[in-house]
Every structure is written in C-alpha cells, then in structure tokens.
Design a protein around this ligand. Structure first.
Ligand SMILES: Cc1cc2nc3c(=O)[nH]c(=O)nc-3n(C[C@H](O)[C@H](O)[C@H](O)COP(=O)(O)OP(=O)(O)OC[C@H]3O[C@@H](n4cnc5c(N)ncnc54)[C@H](O)[C@@H]3O)c2cc1C
Length: 491
C-alpha cells in the first residue's frame, strides 16, 4: 500500500523526523504509538519482516514465573501486561497458567501466597480506577489454589471442550500429570499466552495503514554520526538486497536493536553496561493430547537439572517447551556482559551462527528430546510427543548487571538518542511512553499535537486489525519462517 492510500486519524503536524532502528516488538510498538499520533516515523529493520527476534509466548501478568524477583517487578509486569492486552488484544491467548511445585523443589506453595495477594490487590485497585483494565477476568479470581482432593475429583470427569469454570482447565491436567511428583495445592493464575507471530502480523498490517510510518525492511544501519551542519543524526543505511548504502538525516534516533543495541551505542560512543543471554524453546507435537490445556509450569531452580519446566499449548497438539537447565533452554556461556571498551556484549560465535544461519539437525533432536523428557517427568504420557521442527530461539538483552532483572524499558544518552532495553515484550509500551515524553521535553513534538494521548494509549488503527486477518497473516508468517502454522493460532 503506498502512502497516498494509507489512512491515519490524526494529520501529520510534526516537522520532526524520528528514526527507529530495529523492528522487533519494541521498535514496532514505538512506531505504532507514534504513527497513530501522526508523528513522522521511519522504522528501519535489517530483516525482511517485523518482530522476528527471540520468541514470545507468555504474558507475564504478575511475574509469577519468577520467585527470585522483587514484588515491585511483579506489580510493574502486571500493569504493563494489562496495557499490552488493551492495545494488542488480538495478540493474546486468553487461557490461564497452572503453576505446580515438584516434590524436589525447596519451596512450598504457601510461600507464594503473600505476593499473590499483593498482585491481586493491585489488580483490584487498577480495575476500580478504570474498568477497561479488567482484561484478566474478575479480580477475585486472579488466582486460585487447588488441593490434591480438588484435583482428584476431576480424575473421572469427561474432558470439557470449553472452560466454563476455572476447574475445567484442570481436568486434562489431573488425568495426565503424575500427582505423586507434586506438592499441593497447585496454583491457577490468570497469566495468558502472548504470541510473537501475532505481534508480527498486527505490526505488519497496522503499519501498512498508517501514513506517518515509513517502513524500511532489508535495511541495516551501518553507521550513525552527528550531522555537523545541524543538530540532527546522519544514518548510513545498507540495503541488504543490493548491498548499496544511502544516507538519511533524522532529528531523533531510537535504538531498538535488541541484543545488538550495543553496536549502535558504540557508533555514537555511548557507554552502557548490559548483558545478553542466548536461550531457546522447542516445538513438539503430542498426538495423544486431548482436552483443554492451560499453560503448565513446574517450578525448579534455574540452571540446575531440576530447572523450571514450561509447557505452552497451541492447537492440534502442538506445544512449545522450555526447560531452565543448561541442556535445554540455557547454554553454557550463553550469558555474557559488556566490557569497558564496548557497550556490545560479545556472544560466542556458535550462538551467532545459530541466530544468523541454522541449527545442526542433531542438536535440534537432542535438545527437543531433552525438553520432552523434562516435561515427561511430570506428565508421563508426554514422552510420546515428537520433535516438530526447529527451535524458537534468540538472544535478549538485560541492562545493568542483575541477570534476574525482568522489568526494564528505556535509557537516554546525550540529546535526541534513546535506546530501548526491554526484557519482556509487555515493557514495550512503557518504553514508547517515556520516549514520547522525551520528544515533548526536547520540543520535537508539541503537547498540542498529542493532546490527551500523552497519558492515554491511542491505537485506533492497530485495534481495528481484526482477529481473523491477524490469524491469517500470523499463520503465513509462521510458515514462511518454517514453523507450524498452529503456533500462530489461538488455542
Ligand atoms: C527463548 C526466549 C523466550 C522468551 N519468551 C518470552 C515470553 O514468553 N514473553 C516475553 O514477554 N518475552 C519473552 N522473551 C523475551 C523477548 O523475546 C524479548 O524481550 C523481545 O523479543 C525483545 O524485543 P526487542 O524489540 O527489544 O528486540 P528484538 O526482537 O531482538 O528486535 C531487534 C530488531 O533489531 C534489528 N536490528 C538489529 N540491528 C540492526 C541494525 N543495525 N539495523 C537495522 N535493524 C537492526 C533486528 O533484526 C531485530 O529485528 C523470550 C526470549 C527468549 C530468548
């Protein structure tokens, strides 16, 4: 679609030209936030499509996967997840998560209660302040514990086709999990699925309809310098198709390069301490699978052979698997930090090869089978699942030096330069909001232009993408990337 046929609700008033380098979930979200307001935005992505970085499958609406993080991070993740569901409802798979503690785990289910109560209280408060925040169901049902007797009462029930009450989500769980391996009660919490493929589809469709957003795919920024004759930035952009370079000037640049953010920082001598971690999830098909499956998490200590096991369901018996052990999701020397001379942490070449080229087939088999066995410790019949394609993988950045940090958004350096530093997809909107404020503080965008939408999220074109068109586009993207189309569908 050319610019002339694009629609936009607010006319473009701003003379300022904004460049976003990197079209992952951070860069795409910022592009949508700005272009919906009529801000002239150029999104520059080196790959051939948007949101094609590390995977996204879970909406961390309360951070309940992470016992090691502080309560405040959980509350921030809750708020950001609610905002994300409101802007991208078509990207969300609204089914709950079951969290169970294996008998081998050091913790007790009761240890989880104080924090869950705080998160529920915060959700209650957010809903009372604005009813549109009620996107995770009734606040009083944010979490629920099920005793062993509750679970055993489901053992002989027929498998429900749709969930009419919370316990319906636990019937298949009760009938397949080896209950002897678990401590009780088990937790059901309203943390939903979030689809990277659906984000990619929404960004693709909405950006094609927004006149203020100029998308340049197959375009890699290879140099960034201040333009001596003005206060702008000069970018050199390499067209990846014909390997030609071109220069363009922008008033403000946003570095949204994910784990490669340090490369742009280095171009402008911006110092930054950050870490980068390479991780992977695996795809299996369990043809015996029956009934409704929630996401299921078996807690465990990260990095040990008992690391957390995570089973994410999709239609047609497909599952995405994580296992927080060195042999499954984590990798030896997969976490690296930046040094004094460069803001870019250096991942070993074997990880870059996996990201940029492909995985050796024996390694796909070995790690996927390892992830199936890891789940089968708790769900014995899952041992019959088959390896079903290539892993979902990538490197993510973590700013600072706390490897457990799960909420980060953006940092600023010098004038008119911001870098996104999200760890979870749901932090992208917070980053967009903070950069919008910086544009206003720097007189590049006027308060009159954004009006009430400085503090409110205004995404009419994004929200108008229908669920059906998002599904169609997301399935096509999944297949083009050599993944089963089921990973792009809602379960
Ligand atoms: C195994 C795994 C599982 C995960 N699961 C979840 C989950 O369930 N939920 C969740 O919320 N988060 C999850 N994450 C984290 C999530 O994937 C990341 O937080 C998120 O993808 C980061 O988005 P981003 O836009 O910052 O970076 P990216 O998605 O990496 O995007 C950066 C983009 O910049 C482009 N780029 C880089 N350099 C240049 C350049 N010089 N010029 C032009 N373009 C450039 C890249 O091509 C890329 O498209 C997971 C991460 C991993 C590794």
């Amino acid at each position: 679609m050319n610019s002339a046929s694009k629609e936009t609700s607010i006319p473009s008033l701003s003379p300022a030209k904004i460049a976003i380098i990197g079209g992952g979930v951070a860069g795409s979200t910022i592009a949508l936030r700005f272009a919906e307001l009529g801000i002239d935005t150029t999104l520059i992505e080196k790959g051939d499509s948007l949101v094609n970085g590390p995977p996204i499958c879970h909406l961390h609406a309360g951070g309940n996967f992470y016992r090691e993080i502080c309560d405040q991070q959980c509350l921030t993740l809750l708020q950001q997840s609610i905002d994300t569901v409101k802007v991208y409802p078509q990207g969300v798979n609204a089914r709950p998560t079951v969290i169970a503690l294996p008998k081998t785990d050091q913790g007790e289910p009761a240890d989880l209660l104080p924090r869950l109560e705080k998160i529920r209280a915060k959700y209650t408060e957010l809903v009372a302040a604005d009813i549109s925040n009620k996107v995770l169901g009734e606040p009083e049902h944010y979490f629920q514990f099920f005793s062993r007797a509750d679970i055993e009462s489901l053992l002989h029930l027929p498998l429900p086709k749709v969930a009419k009450k919370p316990s319906d989500w636990l019937v298949a769980f009760a009938q397949n999990v080896d209950l002897e391996t678990l401590k009780f009660p088990v937790l059901l919490v309203q943390e939903y699925g979030l689809s990277g493929f659906r984000f990619a589809a929404i960004a693709d469709i909405a950006i094609s309809r927004l006149a203020s957003c100029h998308l340049r795919t197959n375009s890699q920024v290879v140099s960034m310098k201040t333009n001596a004759s003005s206060s702008s930035w000069r970018l050199t952009i390499n067209n990846q198709r014909d390997n030609t370079n071109e220069q363009a000037d922008f008033d403000y640049v946003i570095n949204a390069c994910g784990f490669k953010s340090g490369e742009i920082d280095d171009m402008v001598s911006a110092k930054r301490q950050r870490m980068v971690e390479f991780k992977a999830a695996y795809v299996a098909q369990w043809s015996q699978c029956q009934g409704l499956w929630p996401e299921v998490v078996f807690y465990g200590e990260r990095g040990t052979p008992q690391g957390m096991a995570q089973l994410t369901p999709y239609p047609n018996g497909y599952f995405q698997l994580h296992g927080m052990t060195q042999d499954i999701t984590l990798f030896e020397q997969g976490l690296v930090a930046s040094g004094n001379n460069s803001a870019q942490p250096k991942l070993a070449q074997r990880f870059l090869n996996k990201i940029e080229q492909q995985w050796p087939t024996p390694l796909i088999e070995q790690r996927t089978l390892g992830s199936i066995e890891h789940i089968a410790q708790f769900i014995p019949s899952f041992a019959s699942a088959d390896v079903s394609g290539k892993p979902l993988f990538g490197a993510q950045q973590i700013p600072g030096n706390d490897a457990d940090l799960r909420t980060a958004d953006v940092s600023f350096h010098d004038k008119h330069y911001a870098r996104t530093e999200i760890v979870k997809a749901s932090s992208a909107l917070t980053a967009a909001d903070a950069i919008l404020q910086d544009l206003i503080d720097g007189d590049l965008v006027s308060v009159a232009q954004v009006g009430q939408y400085l503090t409110k999220h205004y995404f009419p074109v994004t929200l108008a993408c229908s669920e059906a068109e998002v599904t169609t586009r997301a399935m096509a993207l999944a297949q083009a990337r050599n993944y089963p189309a089921a990973l792009a569908q809602l379960s």
